[in-house]
Design a protein around this ligand. Sequence first.
Ligand code: AMP
Length: 385
Amino acid sequence: MSAHPCVGILGGGQLARMLVLSGASLGLRFRIMDTVADACAGQVAPLQVGDYRDEAALAEFAAQVDVATFDFENVPAAGAEWLAARVPVFPNPGALAVAQDRLAEKTLFGELGIPVPAFAAVATRDELERALDQVGVPCILKTRRLGYDGKGQFRIRSRDDAAAAWEALGPQAQGVGLIVEAFVPFDRELSVVAVRGRDGEFRTWPLTANWHVDGVLSTSLAPAPQVDAALAQTAVDYARRLAGRLDYVGVFALELFCREGELLANEMAPRVHNSGHWTIEGAETSQFENHLRAVLGLPLGSTAMRGHACMLNWIGKMPDARAVLEQPGGHWHDYGKQPRAGRKVGHATLRADTPQALAQALEQVGHALGRQAQVAPPLQALHPL
Ligand code: AMP
């Protein structure tokens, strides 16, 4: 491989953009492929517009890159496999295929002894009734594939909701498939962001606490407060088992529900993850840099934290940057996207040496931006520290 290898990224959103920005200091070159011309990573690296199923487009892409990776998991498996026959692709398409399908993923978790909420596959209206018998209510009907950020989900609070749930998602039962999952009344949501190198070296960043609004990540806090060593070790063990079984290379996130000290796996994301954005400023090596190091077969960097960090997602449109930039540990990330309802357009990370200093910064930013509701959960979590 050349001294300045070219990394190809399928998908050109903010994750690709942050991979490019972190890879620049390593002397890497990039080529992005996306289906749309205004993909925001195209502002920082050459962008090829093409369909991931188009072999001519994939061939053009493959000819330019030394290694390929993903910024989103819904690249069709056939396209990923076609590419993998021509250039090294990390994570491997088999791992991607498992993570694309909630049923395959939950089945694998079960095989690995990783606890999951009760679940059942659904292909017909009758099967939905049988699944409700088996799983119970409340539960959630989800598409098996192509769901993200809470999309493709219908909450079933009582059996009376079954008809409405089928009306909403039934048409997708034959295409992407459906799954019913028991609703978990979790105390909190945690994630482990992990990286595995080509040589099998495995590292995790400290456990992160996450808060979602309408199924979309709103806020992350690291390290997750009030996590005892045994719980953290269990989460790391689950991630390690998963990575080993999938022969995974690169960064991934394992999303977990925590209830009364027990962990249940929700899903894995086979890529750098929104709950790891704080690592850019809050860790010795960011998830983006370590993902690139992993796919290139370079030594992995330390995942140790620098103090405490809180990430606030900006959804829909960017707020005024000033309140964050005024903070000593305030960092601003604008993805260069057009504002649109529900769209992740940027984030801020507040970093501080102590929980108290982080709480103070959060309070000030929340107040200045009128986002008390968004900063309330991390403030509450930091409060006893
Ligand atoms: P997902 O797309 O599966 O990650 O779901 C997005 C968010 O919806 C999760 O982070 C949870 O906040 C919520 N959610 C999803 N599945 C469940 C479940 N089985 N029980 C409770 N909440 C859930």
